[in-house]
Design a protein around this ligand. Structure first.
Ligand code: RIB
Length: 273
């Protein structure tokens, strides 16, 4: 059986509009085609890992609202264990407000909602899901204390920790030290301290580099780059959890990220009605 990937992270509803070109500060432009689809870096990565064949468990929070319940159902359709995705009274499900231009490039503003309520206690309650995983996959869209608690539990149990250090922020050294592998994009790599143990840098349309290995993507017709980095991280985690050698895992992740740019939205799919 493939190794389990446990993801601690965000779940958002992505509200996306299309524009010809992104507005500059102070400028108004006309957009079109408002859609609402499942997103959030944590859930996007969980779905990508499940697609790549890993048994996946998700730890996070959604609102105690119809959208939150629909989102949990959608993850179950991907065979993701959502028993640690908690409903959060008094907080709406997180939202991301996304603008995609004619080149498929996006800007994203996240309103965390229930994601901001994830606590170290929530993570401890789900400790068994972390301790029995092959890989713990983390990002930075949920509060840092919860992320740190997950890293502590995994480190104690000898579970491999992969941290996608996105969105970019200043990181405590203990988190950098705990991560067996950091995934960052070129922009985020500039913020990284030199104490990181192993770093994989995503290079957008040029692929990704991990140590000496560079992997180039196949040619695709990109329509929406939203979530491509998440497809990369989730696929890489799934392959490493399954014991795939690093260069092959990198190649699979680069391919998955390229494919993810050919569908609208972050997860290729809608929320069930
Ligand atoms: O990485 C893409 C994701 O960032 C989107 O799905 C959005 O929800 C934000 O979290």
């Amino acid at each position: 059986m493939n190794g389990i990937v446990t993801v601690v992270g965000s779940l958002n509803l992505d509200r996306t509009i299309r524009v010809a070109t992104h507005p500059k500060p102070g400028e108004t432009v006309l957009g079109s085609g408002l859609t609402e689809r499942p997103g959030g870096k944590g859930a996007n990565q969980a779905v990508a890992a499940a697609r790549a064949g890993a048994p996946v468990r998700m730890i996070g929070r959604v609102g105690d609202d119809p959208a939150g319940r629909r989102y949990r159902d959608a993850l179950r359709h991907h065979d993701i264990d959502t028993s640690a995705v908690l409903l959060t009274p008094g907080h709406p499900t997180g939202t991301a407000h996304i603008t995609v231009d004619d080149h498929g490039e996006n800007t994203i503003t996240v309103v965390p909602g229930a994601n901001a309520a994830l606590t170290p206690h929530d993570v401890t309650q789900a400790a068994a899901a972390i301790r029995t995983a092959a890989v713990l996959l983390l990002q930075l869209e949920t509060p840092l204390p919860a992320v740190l608690q997950a890293a502590h539990l995994a480190a104690e149990a000898g579970v491999r920790i992969i941290l996608n250090a996105s969105p970019a922020t200043t990181l405590p050294d203990e988190l950098i030290q705990a991560a067996d592998l950091l995934i960052v994009n070129e922009h985020e790599s500039r913020f990284l301290p030199t104490t990181a143990r192993s770093v994989c840098v995503t290079l957008g349309a040029r692929g990704a580099q991990w140590g000496e290995d560079i992997s180039r993507p196949p040619r695709v017709e990109a329509i929406d780059t939203t979530g491509a980095g998440d497809s990369f991280a989730g696929t890489l985690a799934a392959h490493l959890a399954a014991g795939t050698p690093a260069p092959d895992a990198l190649q699979a992740a680069v391919r998955a990220a390229a494919t993810a740019t050919t569908w609208p939205g972050a997860q290729e799919g809608e929320l069930p009605p």
